[in-house]
Structure formats: C-alpha cells, structure tokens
Unconditional design. Structure first.
Lengths: 157, 728
C-alpha cells in the first residue's frame, strides 16, 4: 500500500510495509542515509527527526504513523531559520568528533530551540539527554546550543 | 609479555611489510605528470590542479580522532600552501604506497610527524627547483608562501599550478635531507583547524561505513551463536527463505583468526529491515558444549580463590618485597577490581563488500586496521591479498573495536555467496554488544610498605587476569615495568590467570584504563597512610630526573622529569593544596598516568549528594612533546577522553556473562554517559617539552578514573576500589 508523507518540504510516496520504521524508509527507500541507526530501541537518539514540529525517534516510528505528516531530517534541517543557526553553530564550534550521532543531536537541538529559543542549562540538559554521543562531545554541544540560541534571539530582535 | 606490545609490534611490522625504504621513497614516487588540465601528482599524497587547488590524500582511518585533518596539515605546512587552497581526500588502503595506515595506539602522530612533513617539504623542493630552472636563478634565491614561488630580486611570482607539470619531472630530493621549517615559522601546524568533514557531517552527507551504497547493494543480518566460541551444528532455513525480500541464507563458520570463534548464519535480502526481521524465523542448532560454564560469578569466585594463593607467575621481581614489608613502619593492603566492558561504538559494526565475478574482492569498510584485515580475510578465505581493494570509510567510533577483522571476514564470506552483488552486513545493537572483543576484567591485591620517613619502600601486586597457558589474552596484560616498581628496591608483581570463552581486545587506552585506576587509587591510600597527599608522594617517589626503560621493547622509557612536570603543572593549575576538602559532600582527587607516550596529571572536583556523584570540574595537565598540531581538535579529544573516563568510572555497567553468553541487550543495560552526566568543565594546560610530538587519542583517559576514586574518598571517607564506583 502506497503511503504519502512530506520529507523536507517535498511530497514523497513509498510503497513498503506500513510497519517499516521511518528510519529504514528514509535510509533504504528514500535514499537519505543522514539519519542514523544506533540502537533500534529509541535509547540513543541517533535516528532523531522532526515530525510535525516534534523531535521523534524514527526507529520507533512506523511508516503508517508518519503518513500525511511533515518530516524534517538532517538533510533538510538548514532550510528552517532555527535549523540554519544550529548547523552554523555546530560548524563554527567544530562539534563533531566521529560525527555519527551529530545528525540526531542537531535535530534535537533544533526542536529544543524552536520550542524554547532561550533554554536554561537544565532545559538544554533535559532536551538533549535522549541523545548519546559516544565520543562525549557534550561540552561543545552545550556551547553550540548557547551560540545558536544567541543567534536566534539576535535575529528575532 | 604485555599483549599491547604484540599488537603494536604487528602494526609496526605491517608498516614495514612493503619494505622500510618504500615507506619513504614512495612518498615521492612520481607518477608521470599528465598533460592538459589534469592535476599534476607531486608524490603519492599531493596533487595540484590548474586552478592551484592542492589535493592532499589522508591515508589513515578517521575514527573521530581528527587524523584526516591533522596529517594533511603536516604536509600542507611544509608544502607551504594556504590551508584554504587545500582539499582533502581519503586514500584507499595501500601500505606499500603510503606507509602505515592504521588508527591504533595513538601512533599516527609519532609515526608521521617527520615523514609527512618530509613528504610536503620534498614536493615543495621540486616546485622550487622547477621555478629555478624556468627563471635561470639559484634555488637559494627563491622563497615560497601560499602556493606561490617568489623571486625577491626581480619581484617575479609564479603559482605552484603553473610549475607542477615541470616539477613532477624533477629528480626527487633525498627526503632525509630535505630542509624542514623552523617551528616558529609554522602557519598551519599549531593553529586551530576545524575537521575537514564537519561541513558534510552537519548536512547528513553519506560518509560512514553504514552509508556505503554501491549500486545493486543487498543487505545482510546475522544470527550469531549466543555463546562466543560455540559452533554451528545445523540450521533450517525453509521458513526464513519464504519471508519477503529474503534472497539467500549463508552459514558463516569463519569470523576469527584462528577460525571458529564467531560462528553465525546470515540472511541476505533486499532490505536490512526485512532480513533483520526475517532472521527470527531461522532455526539454528549451536554446539556450545564446554563453553556454557563460563560466567561473571564464576570468574569472581575463581579470582577470590587465586588472590589468596601465591601468584602462578612472576611479572617483575626485585629485591625481597616480603622482607621489606616485614620491616616496614606501616603496611597498606587493598584489593581492586574492574569488569569486562564493551566498546559500544555508536555506529554498529558493519561492512560492505562486492565479490566481483573475476574473484576480486572490493570492500567499503569502517576499519581501524585495514592492512591486518586484508591479511586476515586472505587467510580465512584462502584468497590472494593482492586481489582485494579496501576503501576506507569514515568511522562512527573506533575505540579499538575496529582494529579487529571479524566483521570484514564475515562480510567477505557473505559476499562470496552472492557474487556480482555488493552486500552490506550490519549488526544490530544486541549483536554489537554481545559479539565484542571486550576489555577484560581483572583483580589486583596490592600491598605496600612505608618507612618511618613516610617513603614508599616496598610494593606487591598479585594481578588476576584472563589467559591460558601462562599467557594473558589480548589486552589482558600489564607492564612488568609499571610505575612505581622500577623506582623501588623491593618489588614483586605476580600474575595468575583465569580462562574465558569470550574474545578480548583493545579499548581506548587498553590496559592503562584499568591499571591506572588500581595503581593511582592505591597510591592515594599509601599517601594517606604516610601522612601526605598523592602528588607529594609521586614527586618523592619519582625522585631525581631519570628514565626507567619499559619492559615492552616497543615502548619508550618512563621519564621521571616529564612525569614530575605534569604533576606540578596540574597542582598549580587547579590550586592543589593537599588539604582535605572543608565542605561536606565536596571532594577533590588527583591522578597521574603515563601511557601512549603522553604524560598526564588530572585533578577532579566533585560533589556527593544523596549518594549521587556529580563531577564539577576536571583539570588536565598534559605533556605530549614540543608541539600540539591542531589545538582545536586536541582540546576536543582531551575533553572527550576525560568524559569517556568518567563514564567508565561511574556510568558503564559490567558486561555480564551467564552460561557462557553475554546478557547485555542494549543501552538500557549497558548505559553510556549522557549530557546530564557530563562535567561542568574540563580545563586543559600544556607542558611543552623538547620531545617529538605524540598522540592524543588515548593518554588523557586513564588518570581521571583514579582521580574520581580519590575525590570520592575526600568527599565521603569511603574508598571505592571496584568499577563502576557506586555509593548506593
């Protein structure tokens, strides 16, 4: 059964099992491997995408649940003003080490800053605690979120 | 023998396999300069395009340690080009051509600091020679900068691009004699350079092994024998073959050298999600006889019994430790322990391979040691190593796991069964956690004697580790020359061994990540008994500047002056007073360690509240020689290594074994450190010494673990002698 959804502002239709997780639909059927597989259990955050404005774990999201929804992935995150500032801060501070988790980190940070443009330290920790970085780039992630938050507030002012 | 040395020796041997001379000469083995608009090759690493863009090949595996940026920095510096002109491309594995290509032992910097700069300087010398020839002026009258040759007397300038086709035909200089820059003239080395792949990473571009997608690619998922070392008896694939998308079922009986440790059955099909789901329908019979008695509890019971007996083997014996202890003013004794650990790379093990119809084998592999993998795959599959091509992908975390060849051998076995179609093998998280080459657990009974002056005068360690036939397993050894043994007259390090069925291996700062905890934690107890603090005891024991040779012939000597340098530096940096913390629940601890050629001393401030331990701040003083090559990445590596150490100390749970099988499933029962557990700050200071620069991937990690144990003692009065530390 063909299922339609919007990915990075483009309408897409896929004809695969409706219980196939969005992660694998993105990677295998839509040729978008930026979203990463880490645990398959919603524990590491590597597969985070934004679905109708909310950060979700795409490994836990069956395609059927994404039908008709608006999905943003790492490949398209910079198209939003907040996403662009996050990506810019990540680049400027050279946040990645191995880089494998960073797509998920950027998606979570974008969702956090979209909902809360000036997060407190506790809000940053709460918003990002679902995303594991095995290289432990956490200090730069905190700095990059602060930097992006400043840039967003500056742009809004 | 320390198992670390075996591996390092094999690395070095591999690097020499193509002949030591090749390693050097190959750097300037010129390809004929192509005419027209094609870029001209200047040696094997450098090519210059007509628009003066300089492409530099990065030869080593990039696991997040930053070598894809760092090695080209060394070449670009001596080539004398602007960093903005430089494009970087990952080389395939070809050690005859490029020299050693592995990511292990923090060896990339020490092995390449000189050769990479010489390669850049050699290419520059040829460009200058070409300009001298063209203008009819002496070489000495020419200077270079930003990819241009200049003649000051006449004001003439010419781009490298214009010279490259001629330069490529100039006789290669003797790289051992080619002039190198004075470090004070460095423009690229020592300046912060962002990672070359960062812009692609933040866009989600395909870079990693898991992203490899050669045309027509199939996917594979495996069912592994739940008991490592168990073997495949039989399987029934009738049901699985009926599942949607399944194309083949392939038994794998060779995943390890020697063969037999990692038996599996792979399901191959058109989607990983489908084959991973379909594999549940496989009915497999395993033979685990003889291996199902191994368990975490069993190891602990054996260790307890062995600790009470005499060591089976001497590791280091000097003087008479027992006699010295009998005479000592004070004797301190304590048992330390640490568990098995997995690597938990966030990118699960994977590999892509294509068995070409002509029998050639092509890999897209996230491997830390492609040369060893080439040899291992050739041996297990009985094919010519020269028939393989290995493309190195970016790697989603190495930490030593990907020094092993198992996932490449398995992928080769699967690819052979589906010739003409590329196939990607991907582990799920449970496969990855259960089929690791684990950091082995261990136990130490430490005993020290202190004389009336408070000096450490005798030391004993009975080390219980994993091994057989008198030999520790991979990464289960310990240096006989472990400090402070060589500084004392009466020492006895002894060793006893337990058998295990699981495979063991290198985890970032292998052996050091465990031994540092034991020795620096115990020496803190000795310092307390002696009425002093650990930095003071260290300085007293280090004594006059001297060098203790390593018991591993491949390892450098322990330089007490460099050790003292970082101990003093971190004390100054952190404002160490040696006084106990005056605030309830606040603690401060110190740790030192020398590993991977780097000297590191660290101070931890922490808070204990309601049994919860929070790391407030870590101070680090490091000596890695005369030059920090890329300070932006150096800081990042050190902060990451410190937090990795905090994770081992406080967060990671022991890998458990029951009836031979590892029981961990996912990040629920093998938790990794998260942002809310990260320290408030990790502050870094350098002790610059006149020594060749060395690597940073590993040596920052070990000292933080004992520093935490010692800080918890300061905060609570409790000595935690077992990892992970817990006050619960």
């Amino acid at each position: 059964m063909a299922i339609s959804l919007t990915v990075n502002r483009k309408p897409r239709t896929v004809d695969v099992e409706p219980d196939k997780p969005l992660l694998w639909v993105l990677r295998e059927d839509l040729g978008m491997p930026g979203t990463k597989f880490g645990c398959g259990a919603g524990l590491c955050g590597a597969c985070t995408v934004i679905l109708n404005g909310e950060a979700v774990r795409s490994c836990q999201t069956p395609l059927a649940d994404a039908a008709g929804k608006d999905i943003v992935t790492i490949e398209g995150v910079a198209a939003s003003p907040v996403g662009a500032k996050v990506v810019e801060a990540w680049t400027k501070l050279d946040v990645p080490q191995c880089g494998y988790c960073q797509a998920g980190q950027i998606m979570s940070a974008t969702a956090l800053l979209t909902a809360t443009p000036k997060p407190s330290a506790d809000e940053v920790t709460a918003g990002m605690a679902g995303n594991i970085c095995r290289c432990a780039t956490y200090l730069r992630i905190q700095k990059a979120i602060a930097e992006a938050s400043k840039a967003i507030s500056g742009a809004a002012a | 023998m320390n198992a670390v040395s075996v591996s390092r020796r094999s690395f070095l041997a591999a690097s020499l396999a193509g002949g030591a001379a090749l390693t050097f000469e190959a750097r300037l083995a010129f390809a004929a300069a192509p005419g027209g608009a094609a870029p001209a090759m200047l040696g094997v690493f450098v090519s210059i395009a007509p628009d003066n863009t300089v492409t530099i090949l990065a030869k080593n595996p990039e696991i997040g340690q930053g070598v894809k940026t760092m090695l080209p920095m060394l070449i670009a510096e001596e080539l004398d080009v602007a960093w903005s002109q430089v494009k970087i491309r990952q080389a395939d594995e070809n050690q005859d051509k490029y020299g050693p290509q592995f990511a292990g032992g923090s060896m990339t910097t020490p092995l390449n600091w000189l050769p990479a700069r010489q390669a850049g300087a050699g290419a520059r010398a040829m460009l200058v020679a070409a300009a001298a020839q063209q203008w009819g002026v002496p070489v000495a009258s020419l200077t270079t900068s930003d990819g241009m040759v200049k003649h000051a007397a006449t004001g003439r300038t010419i781009t490298y691009a214009a010279l490259a086709p001629v330069a490529a035909k100039v006789a290669a200089p003797d790289l051992e004699k080619v002039a190198l820059k004075d470090p004070k003239d460095f423009k690229i080395i020592g300046k912060p350079r962002p990672g070359v792949d960062t812009p692609a990473i933040v866009k989600g571009e395909p870079l990693f092994g898991i992203d490899a997608h050669p045309q027509g690619m199939l996917y594979a998922a495996m069912v592994k024998c739940p008991v490592i070392s168990g073997t495949l008896k039989s399987f029934d694939d009738a049901a699985v073959r009926k599942e949607k998308g399944v194309l083949a079922v392939v038994p794998i009986t060779d995943g390890e050298i020697p063969a037999g440790k990692h038996n599996a059955v792979a399901v191959v099909g058109d989607s990983w999600w489908r084959v991973h789901k379909a594999r549940e329908k496989l009915a497999v019979q395993w033979d685990t006889a003889g291996f199902d008695g191994y368990s975490t509890e069993g190891y602990a019971a054996q260790a307890k019994a062995l600790l009470g007996a005499a060591p089976a083997k001497d590791l280091f014996k000097a003087g008479d430790a027992d006699a010295a202890l009998a005479k000592a003013a004070k004797v301190v004794t304590a048992d330390y322990a640490y568990p098995f650990l997995a690597h938990a790379n966030l990118e699960p093990q994977n590999c892509t391979a294509l068995w070409h119809p002509d029998g050639k084998l092509e890999f897209w592999a996230p491997t830390q040691d492609p040369g060893t993998a080439r040899a291992d795959v050739a041996k297990v599959l009985g094919i010519d190593p020269a028939s393989m091509t290995i493309h190195m992908t970016r790697i989603g975390g190495g930490f030593g796991r990907r020094l092993m060849s198992d996932f490449m051998i398995q992928t080769a076995c699967i690819a052979k069964a589906v010739p003409g179609r590329p196939v990607k093998l991907l582990y799920d998280r449970t496969d990855d956690l259960r089929n690791d080459y684990f950091r082995p657990g261990g136990w130490h009974r430490m005993t020290a004697g202190i004389d009336a002056s408070g000096a450490l005068v005798a030391l004993k360690d009975h080390f219980i580790t994993f091994g057989a036939d008198g030999k520790p397993m991979r990464a289960a050894g310990m240096l006989a020359s472990e400090f402070p043994g060589p500084a004392l007259t009466d020492v006895h390090y002894g060793m006893s061994m337990i058998k295990t069925n699981v495979t063991t291996g290198w985890l970032r700062a292998p052996t050091s990540n465990a031994v540092a905890f034991v020795f620096q934690g115990f020496l803190d107890e000795v310092a307390e008994a002696a009425g002093t603090d650990l930095p003071s005891l260290m300085i007293k024991t280090l004594g006059a500047p001297r060098k203790f040779p390593s018991s591993d012939p491949d390892e450098p000597a322990f330089d007490t002056a460099r050790a003292r340098g970082v101990v003093e530096a971190v004390c100054k940096f952190a404002g160490w007073t040696g006084k106990r913390s005056a605030t309830a629940g606040k603690g401060r601890g110190f740790g030192f360690y020398f590993s991977h050629r780097g000297y590191f001393a660290e101070v931890v401030d922490l808070t204990v509240a309601d049994g919860q331990i929070t790391i407030d701040k870590v101070w680090v003083a490091g000596d890695i020689g005369s030059q920090v090559i890329n300070p932006l990445n150096a800081e990042h590596q050190m902060q990451g290594a410190v937090i990795d150490g905090i994770a081992q100390a406080l967060v990671w749970q022991p890998i458990e074994q029951k009836a031979g099988a590892v029981t961990q499933e996912n990040f629920g029962d093998f938790p990794l450190i998260r942002i809310n557990q990260a320290p408030g700050d990790v502050a870094i200071t350098w002790v610059v010494t006149d020594n060749p620069p060395t690597g940073l991937g590993e040596p920052t990690l070990p000292p933080v673990i004992p520093a935490i144990a010692n800080a918890i003692k300061d905060a609570t009065g409790k000595r935690l002698r077992s990892l992970p530390m817990s006050l619960a």
